[in-house]
Design a protein around this ligand. Structure first.
Ligand code: GAL
Length: 704
């Protein structure tokens, strides 16, 4: 390509900026940046990055996940840091097992990849309480995420703790380690206005606090247009290729921290996914427009084990990502993006060291050209029209651009990749029924106790807020009272208004109905006809949370649980909200740790009688299949609850919550191989509704 052929009629829209060096006192080469890219070891870099969250898989899976990401053309692994996982109680830290962040970063390093550490420490992430430990709630005078001393003290403590831990292991690139980038806060711009004058100073403080930690690598703030220098503001979303206005200084590079590869599943939200073509289109456009760093959120979503999901999020997380929940490559997504990365990487030199020109090729067609003085040239020919193909002339050859597509020409002549053309075969998940647990003799059961007012020791004359009462030690909170019914009419209506999330109501020990909210509307009302004894009646209302909220301003003020309780019949209506209430946090089975092997002596397990019993625990023992396969527990026959394998919770299950198409949001629950031992595994399942354990099977998951 002759240089002169292109320059005529083109408009230069970008001038390479000044290098900004991040101050650091540590030894080693600092990571810096300029208006083009991050600069590592003195070199500009064009980087593809993949979000893989260490607690959402197991240490045994990390190596394989990172290896598959590398094979897919990924340079950087990005993870959040999960504060409430690491500091569940104030000052008591856990960095073991799935929480072993140092091991995870070292695994990244061992694969020769870089790491991007999003400390937050507020992270959202569909993670319980957005990553904040619940104990923060009881810190006097605290208001999260604003110019509030108590919050800032704790945020600084944790951030410093993590940074020091990384430093002491020499994990920053400035020390020879893999970490090239860090994040402070998370999409704060979305809530900043709610804090009025307490917002902007917090942003400045957070930036200064982070920079003062002297990591020797740049800090970023995602979705924070006014991120103070030298912190880089970055883009999050599905359409940053089109929508990102660019960083707030010409000296900062264009970074895309969250390119959503699909959408997480949540109860009450219609399942949606995203095509490989659309992802590739936006990535190519972002790079064409100046971008030099793109992170896929998530590249591997994984599993929300235990009680780690946020409100109404499924246990399976971003299963439609390029690596599925089980760690299998998902095609065509993974393969199409791999080819995209190769095509873009073959344009690296002109992108990183050339000058960018744009060329209008039609109403919705545009050429983005990067050219070096040496004549090296790469072009991205973009058709933003999603309805039709358009033939364009560039510079004097004709190219057919498909609808919503980017053609990549690493030599400004030959198209090596078109984002809308998928050359990779599809694969699909294959589920083979494995071990069936369909005989009643296999199972034992334990019916949990439905407490009456007299059984409780915690009392109040008001309806207590759910989260502040359980302190997130359990999903379950019993609200009980004794009700005096003086009428010959035994029928009445129990009317309960709940701020969320689920309610199971019992009258004199018998189930009288359930209600629940959903991801889009967490509150609900239950109005059920009940039968009362003449005289005293025990009303026991079990309020259940399905993960704490993870987004929005003033998280500390959010309220869940029962708000108003009434009993009415034709003659009377009694508001019982300010009655004498008795409370119990958690279920008896939880208190007995019924899911642990060592609990058995305390628990009176009985032979399985029948399904249809709300609040029942079931257990079965089994030997693991000999082959080294991936397993999903089919819980399609169950209602709602939680499930443990050898004492480790694999998450909440809720197959009775159906999509508008009438299918469960999630039927199979990932059982990591490392949770199993060869013989005598213990599976314990809590059922809140009336599901049948006889339909459960341990299935083999693979792809074809
Ligand atoms: C973003 C947020 C992430 C995650 C994502 C959706 O707005 O920063 O933490 O919640 O949405 O998966």
């Amino acid at each position: 390509m002759e240089k002169g052929m292109l320059v005529l009629g083109l408009v230069a829209i970008m001038v390479v900026g000044v290098v900004v060096v991040v101050e650091s006192s540590v030894e080693g080469e600092e990571v810096s940046y300029d208006g083009r890219s991050l600069i590592i070891n003195g070199q500009r870099k064009l980087l593809f990055s993949a979000s893989i969250h260490y607690p959402r898989s197991t240490p045994e899976m990390w190596g394989s996940l990172i290896g598959k990401a590398k094979e897919g053309g990924i340079d950087v692994i990005q993870t959040y840091v999960f504060w409430n996982l690491h500091e569940p109680e104030k000052g008591q830290y856990d960095f073991s097992g799935r929480a072993d962040i140092v091991r995870f970063i070292k695994e990244i390093q061992a694969h020769g990849l870089y790491a991007s550490l999003r400390i937050g420490p507020f992270i959202e992430a569909e993670w319980n309480y957005g990553g904040l430990p619940f104990w923060l709630h009881d810190v006097p005078g605290i208001v999260y995420r604003c110019d509030n001393e108590p919050f800032k003290v704790h945020m600084q403590n944790f951030t410093t703790k993590i940074v020091n831990m990384m430093k002491s292991e020499n994990l920053y690139a400035s020390q020879g380690g893999p970490i090239i980038l860090s994040q402070i806060e998370n999409e704060y711009e979305m809530v900043e206005h709610a804090f009025h004058e307490k917002g902007p100073p917090y942003v400045r403080w957070a930036a200064q606090m982070a920079v003062a930690l002297q990591t020797g690598v740049p800090w970023m703030m995602c979705k924070q247009y006014d991120a103070p220098d030298p912190v880089i503001n970055t883009c999050n979303g599905m359409k940053c290729g089109i929508s990102f206005p660019g960083p707030n200084s010409p000296n900062k590079p264009w970074l895309w921290t969250e390119n959503w590869t699909t959408w997480y599943r949540a109860y009450g939200k219609e399942p949606e996914t995203r095509s490989a073509q659309d992802i590739a289109f936006q990535v190519a456009l972002f790079v064409a427009r100046n971008g030099t760093f793109v992170n896929y959120y998530m590249y591997h979503g994984g599993t929300n084990f235990g009680r780690t999901t946020s409100a109404f999020t499924t246990t399976s997380y971003y299963d439609d990502a390029p690596l599925d929940e089980y760690g299998f490559i998902r095609l065509p997504k993974w393969g199409h993006l791999k080819q995209l990365h190769e095509a873009i990487k073959s344009c690296s030199n002109p992108i990183l060291f050339g000058t960018q020109f744009t060329l209008s090729l039609g109403q919705q067609q545009m050429g983005y050209i990067y050219q070096r003085n040496s004549g090296e040239c790469a072009a991205f020919l973009v058709n933003q029209d999603d309805t039709k193909s358009v033939a364009v002339i560039f510079p004097n050859s004709s190219y057919e651009l498909g609808p919503s597509s980017v053609s990549i020409l690493p030599d400004c002549k030959n198209v090596v990749f078109n984002t809308a053309k998928v050359n990779v075969k599809n694969n699909t998940r294959l589920v083979t029924t494995g071990k069936k647990f369909n005989e009643s003799e296999m199972w034992q059961e334990f019916k949990d106790i439905i407490p009456t007012f007299a059984d409780t020791s915690m009392r109040s004359k008001t309806l207590l807020e759910h989260m502040n009462t359980t302190k997130d030690m359990s999903d379950y909170l019993w609200y009980t009272f004794s009700y005096q019914h003086e009428s010959s009419n035994s029928k009445a209506v129990l009317s309960v208004r709940s701020a969320g999330h689920v309610l199971h109501a019992f009258v004199n020990g018998a189930s009288v109905g359930s209600g629940n909210g959903n991801h889009e509307k967490v509150n609900f009302t239950l109005d059920n006809t009940i039968t009362l004894n003449n005289g005293s009646n025990n009303i026991s209302l079990l309020s259940v949370t399905v993960g704490l909220p993870d987004s929005g301003a003033f998280l500390e003020r959010k309220a869940l649980g029962l708000r108003r309780v009434r009993i009415h019949d034709i003659q009377n209506s009694k508001d019982l909200s300010n009655h004498r209430w008795g409370y119990q946090v958690g279920l008896l089975g939880e208190k007995l740790q019924i899911y642990m092997d060592h609990s058995s002596s305390n628990v009176q397990w009985r032979n399985f009688t029948s399904s249809n019993n709300p609040l029942t625990w079931y257990k079965v023992r089994f030997d693991a299949p000999a082959k080294n396969e991936s397993f999903g527990l089919n819980l399609g026959s169950m209602g709602k609850g939680e499930v443990w394998i050898n004492g480790q919770s694999i998450g909440r299950h809720w197959a009775s919550f159906l999509t508008s198409q009438g299918s469960p949001y999630q039927t199979w629950y990932h059982v990591p191989r490392s949770f199993l031992k060869p013989k005598d595994n213990l599976l314990v399942i809590l059922e809140e509704q009336n599901g049948s354990p006889l339909g459960i099977s341990l299935d083999i998951i693979s792809t074809i």
